[in-house]
Design a protein around this ligand. Structure first.
Ligand code: KG4
Ligand code: ZN
Length: 342
């Protein structure tokens, strides 16, 4: 029997310090996530310098905790994986330097992982990926439709031309005085309201899989401004429902159109916004009606975590893709760059 492959993965691209030990790319032995949300809340968003400082403070204890909780030592580990980008450069560098130090000190291979590839592979931790598939990526920094013909093969077929969907959620939340991060708050309120504000759906050109959320965001802000000027009551629940309906209509319609056009019967969803209840319900309904197998990770694997980085890293490890100790962080990286050429 082949020996199991153990990867220690590190993720520090934004505001979670996370370390995980993953067996054979699909089994979580530990997944420690140290969230900084409470620190950033008072600023209404992530402050890069504050994020870097928290990563520095938390990284070594998080590594220790991940090993202890997996009941492993560094000698059991086969490779060290780390998020190379995209993300906040100062935050990424904390994880990358910790990973390099471990790789050097214990003489282990270093595996650089694309953050969005990680989000996609979060699905693989709960149910093996099957191909071809369409991945709908919806996070704080990204909104993309990706076609995958096989493991680690990413073809972007559509992407946002302006704001990412999570960013639009957070900005709209701020305009109705909800705390950061606004996405989950809007989602909660949206369950209690009605679609009364008639916000636009931005479809772009016929057959385009691109997205645009800045017009919707401006429409919400303008509407609220007008209501405030006229001293009319703003029903936050209805704003949330109307906004969420517009977002969910566009995301789910384009994802279903992509599945049909590419003749794919597997849809996966990835990224922080994948935990959105409205989106999950709508996609479940549409996929059932169209015979498409849908996978969405459990909410704790939708937001940033190192387990997903370890899951993606396994395929790089198998393909022998490793980095030298001069690895640098990349704040901007295209998901197509993460493709492993067969
Ligand atoms: O993937 P993620 O944890 O970080 C990035 O890589 O960007 O995504 C964070 C984003 C935030 O914008 C947050 O507001 C949003 O995901 N989010 C949600 C929900 N939960 C998190 N947006 C809508 N509904 C939710 N339930
Ligand atoms: Zn993320």
């Amino acid at each position: 029997m082949n020996k199991e492959t153990l990867i220690l993965a590190i993720e520090t691209s934004c505001d979670e310090t996370s370390v995980s030990v993953i067996k054979d790319g699909n089994t979580i032995l530990s997944n420690i996530v140290l969230s900084q949300i409470e620190s950033h809340k008072r600023f209404g968003g992530v402050v890069p310098e504050v994020a870097s400082r928290h990563h520095v403070e938390g990284i070594t204890t998080t590594i220790d905790e991940a090993l202890i909780s997996a009941n492993k030592t560094m000698h059991d580990i086969d490779a060290i994986a780390v998020t190379q980008g995209p993300g906040l450069i100062g935050a990424l560098l904390i994880g990358i330097n910790a990973a390099k130090a471990l790789a050097f000190a214990y003489d282990k291979p270093l595996i650089p992982v694309h953050h969005i590839a990680g989000h996609i592979y979060a699905n693989h931790l709960e149910e093996p990926l099957t191909f071809p598939l369409i991945a709908l990526i919806v996070s704080g920094g990204h909104t993309e439709l990706v076609y995958m013909k096989s493991h680690m093969h990413f073809e972007v077929i559509g992407e946002t031309r302006d704001d990412a969907v999570g960013e639009a959620y957070d900005k709209v939340a701020r305009t109705i005085d909800l705390p950061y991060p606004g996405g989950p708050q809007i989602d909660k309120l949206a369950q209690q309201g009605q679609d009364t504000y008639d916000f636009p759906r931005v479809w772009l050109e016929k057959d385009s899989y691109d997205f645009s959320f800045s017009g919707l965001k401006s429409a919400v802000i303008n509407k609220l401004h007008n209501l405030r000027q006229k001293n009319e009551t703003i029903v936050k629940e209805n704003v949330a429902t109307s906004f969420q309906n517009s977002v969910v209509d566009v995301l789910s319609t384009k994802a279903m159109n992509a599945c049909k056009a590419y003749n794919v019967n597997r849809l996966i969803v990835a990224g922080g916004v994948a935990s959105n209840k409205g989106l999950r319900q709508r996609l479940q309904h549409l996929c059932e009606a169209n015979n498409i197998h849908l996978s969405i990770p459990s909410p704790k694997l939708c937001t940033d975590n190192a387990a997903m980085i370890g899951a993606a890293a396994y395929y790089y490890y198998q393909a022998g893709v490793t980095a030298h100790l001069d690895l640098n962080g990349e704040n901007n990286m295209d998901i197509e760059e993460a493709t492993i050429d067969a």
